[in-house]
Each structure stands twice: as structure tokens, then as C-alpha cells.
Design a protein around this ligand. Structure first.
Ligand code: SF4
Length: 382
């Protein structure tokens, strides 16, 4: 598979760059990363080559997201060079949202100022919790103090768009501990909060411990209570619960990059395990640094697979994503894009979802209620 996809879609595209290194592996994590960072320089060189291979992907990008793995495993000089290379290779809008994920254990005010100087205008801090016992059980290598210092350092460096990532539903985490962590996060007045429910992925140490009966996760009722208390708590503090796991202090701080995944905008992913999407096609790179380096260094696209989504599959995905966002689904736009009149074809099912309090139907928008958001993944099966 050698062809490089290009988009004729006029919507600006999103660019994702995967940094596949972590200093250590967290017990719950299924993202592709390795702890041997000796190949970082060679990897950055290969990334430049992959950029060259894909430079025609889109006429314009208005979001760049450097994630991982742990981008802050790299130093600021490496990150600045990477972003310089991005700007030289791709047409990046002057007002593009440029995000870098950081791990609290890696950063201080000097690092954060280096990111600002490199043109980063949004930073996502992987705090996960401010409670040391929870961080230890997650296998994180930083403590609550370092989490606080990282967010403070971002503010001191002048960032005015800071995201704080948190996890709830951790074995041993009480509602009170979770509330304290949210309270501590709000002390920094972050522009954005991501609150993820812990999910257990096969092959992780957490999964093995659950299989052995050493750990247990909250049941469905407890999980719902975590979800609803999070939503209520943060909305009372002025945050908009705009997607199942995401909250923004103002609409201007809604993650523009994530929205591209949710509305089927063209997205180019670079690096091992990165996924790309355009029109009705999705393709993904090798989930293995060696295979990725081999292909890129031999001049081939490092592709592991691709799929062409049928009209029905695209519709189902669009419903899935739409039910996960507070904005919901706009009937006329959906019909134009996916060729189905939802209100006509699914009328009775939608009315019963509305009558049961899962969705609202107003002004041609089909939008989930808070209860609906909690069950968003199931609503699309209507
Ligand atoms: S959670 Fe983040 S820091 Fe931890 S192993 Fe996964 S990618 Fe690395």
C-alpha cells in the first residue's frame, strides 16, 4: 500500500503527530509507546520524511496536535524543530490551534516558555489526579504536587488555553476524592477539562489484575454517579459539558482538533499507530516503531491497513459521534452529508428516546440530555 491520499474537501484539515515514547508505562494505558528513547533522533528524522510523503494531503490545516506517548519526553529544541518542519511542509493557517500534550513529571516554566516560543498556543497537561494514592495506583510517575506545578508553569509561561486531563472511576477512588481532584483543578481556572472514565484495555497490567480479582471497577450505577456528579459539578462552575468527556470554560476553548474527528473532517495522522481520515476512507500506520522506520526510510508509506466506509457505516459513525456531543445532530446537515432523513426514517425511535429523557428534539437538532450523554455509545444503535 503505497498511495498517499489527498483531499479535495474544502474544509481545513487537522494534523496529528504521534510521539511514541514514554519514560515509563502506566498500568492502564493501551496507547502505542515504548520506553526506549534512544531512537528519538532517528524517529524525528523519519517523521520529516513522512511529512514529505504526505505534504499534498490538504490545501489547509487549521489544527495541529502533538500527542502520544509523551511529547514532553522530547526537549523543547526538538519540539520546536518539529513544529518548524510542520510549517515548512504543510499549509498551516495563521490562527491554527497548535496543541502539545505534556506529562507533569517533565515540565517546568522554562519548558513551557520553550513551547510558547515554538508557536504552541494550547497545552494539554496529563494530570489525571491530584491525589498521590490514585496516581500511584494508576502507575503514573508524577505526584500531585508536580501536577499542580505543571499547570502553574503553563500559566506562568503565558498560556491562555490550558487543558487539564483527569481520570475517574479508578479502583479505590471515592466520590469525595474525585470531587477534591476536580476542585483542585478548578483552582487553576483551566480553559478546558477532559474527564475520562477509566476503561480497562486488554493486555494492560490493570486488565491482568482485574482478571485475577485483585482490582474491581465501579459497577454501572457507580459509574453513572461518577459521570453525573462530574457533569453537574463542572456545569455549576460554568463549564460547558460539550462532549461525553470534555468540558470548556467558553465555546472558544472547545477543542477544535477533536471536533475534526467527530465531524468526519479530513485528518492526517503521522507516526506509528496514527490514523488518518478523508471522505469515506480511513487508514493507519504500523503500530510498531521498527516497521514504521523501515518503511519510511525505504521511501514507502508506513501503512498497516485501510478501510473504505460504506454509506451506512458513515451514517452510524456520524450518529455515534453526534450523540456524544452536546450540540447533537442537525437534521438537515445530516441529510445533506449522509443522505438520510433521520427524523423521517427513525421518527418513532427518536420520539421514544425523547419521551424517556435521553434526547431533545428542537429546531431540527437532535441532542443528548445529560442522561443521553451517559449512554451515548448505545443511542446510535436506535
Ligand atoms: S498514559 Fe500517557 S504517559 Fe502513561 S504510558 Fe500511556 S501514553 Fe505514556
Amino acid at each position: 500500500m503505497n498511495s498517499i491520499e489527498t483531499t479535495e474537501n474544502s474544509a481545513p484539515a487537522g494534523l496529528y503527530i504521534h510521539i511514541p515514547f514514554c519514560r515509563s508505562k502506566c498500568a492502564y494505558c493501551d496507547f502505542y509507546s515504548i520506553t526506549d528513547r534512544s531512537q528519538a533522533a532517528g524517529y524525528l528524522h523519519a517523521l520529516s520524511r513522512e511529512m514529505e510523503q504526505t505534504r499534498e494531503f490538504a490545501p489547509l490545516f487549521d489544527t495541529v496536535y502533538v500527542g502520544g506517548g509523551t511529547p514532553s519526553c522530547l526537549d523543547t529544541r526538538q519540539l520546536a524543530e518539529l513544529l518548524h518542519r510542520v510549517r515548512k511542509t504543510f499549509p498551516i493557517a495563521p490562527d491554527a490551534e497548535i496543541t502539545v500534550e505534556v506529562n507533569p513529571g517533565d515540565v517546568d516554566a522554562v519548558f513551557m516558555r520553550g513551547l510558547r516560543d515554538a508557536g504552541v498556543n494550547r497545552v494539554s497537561v496529563g494530570v489525571q489526579s491530584f491525589d498521590d494514592s490514585i496516581l500511584k495506583s494508576l502507575g503514573r510517575r508524577h505526584d500531585g504536587r508536580e501536577g499542580r506545578e505543571a499547570v502553574e508553569a503553563a500559566r506562568t509561561a503565558g498560556f491562555d488555553n490550558i487543558g487539564v486531563d483527569l481520570i475517574y472511576g479508578v479502583p479505590g477512588q471515592t466520590y469525595e476524592l474525585w470531587r477534591e481532584t476536580m476542585e483542585a483543578a478548578l483552582g487553576f481556572n483551566p480553559e478546558h477539562l477532559s474527564c475520562y472514565e477509566l476503561t480497562i484495555e486488554r493486555g494492560t497490567p490493570f486488565h491482568s489484575r482485574i482478571e485475577r480479582g485483585e482490582l474491581s471497577l465501579p459497577g454501572e450505577a457507580q459509574a453513572y454517579r461518577f459521570f453525573s456528579m462530574t457533569s453537574e459539578f463542572l456545569e455549576q462552575r460554568g463549564y460547558s459539558h460539550y462532549e461525553v468527556s470534555n468540558f470548556a470554560r467558553e465555546n472558544a476553548f472547545i477543542s477544535r482538533h477533536n471536533h475534526k474527528y467527530w465531524d468526519h473532517s479530513p485528518c492526517l495522522g503521522l507516526g506509528p499507530a496514527a490514523h488518518s481520515f478523508n471522505e469515506n476512507r480511513r487508514w493507519w500506520n504500523h503500530r510498531c516503531l521498527e516497521l514504521y522506520l523501515r518503511d519510511v526510510n525505504e521511501g514507502r508509506a508506513p501503512l498497516a491497513g485501510r478501510e473504505d466506509l460504506s454509506a451506512e457505516e458513515l451514517q452510524l459513525e456520524a450518529l455515534y459521534f453526534g450523540f456524544r456531543t452536546k450540540r447533537g445532530i442537525h437534521g438537515p446537515d445530516f441529510r445533506k452529508r449522509y443522505g438520510i432523513d433521520l427524523f423521517r426514517e427513525k421518527g418513532p425511535a427518536l420520539c421514544s428516546l425523547r419521551d424517556e429523557g435521553f434526547v431533545t428534539l428542537e429546531d431540527e437538532f437532535l441532542a443528548p440530555t445529560r442522561r443521553g450523554l451517559a449512554l451515548a455509545d448505545r443511542l446510535c444503535l436506535l
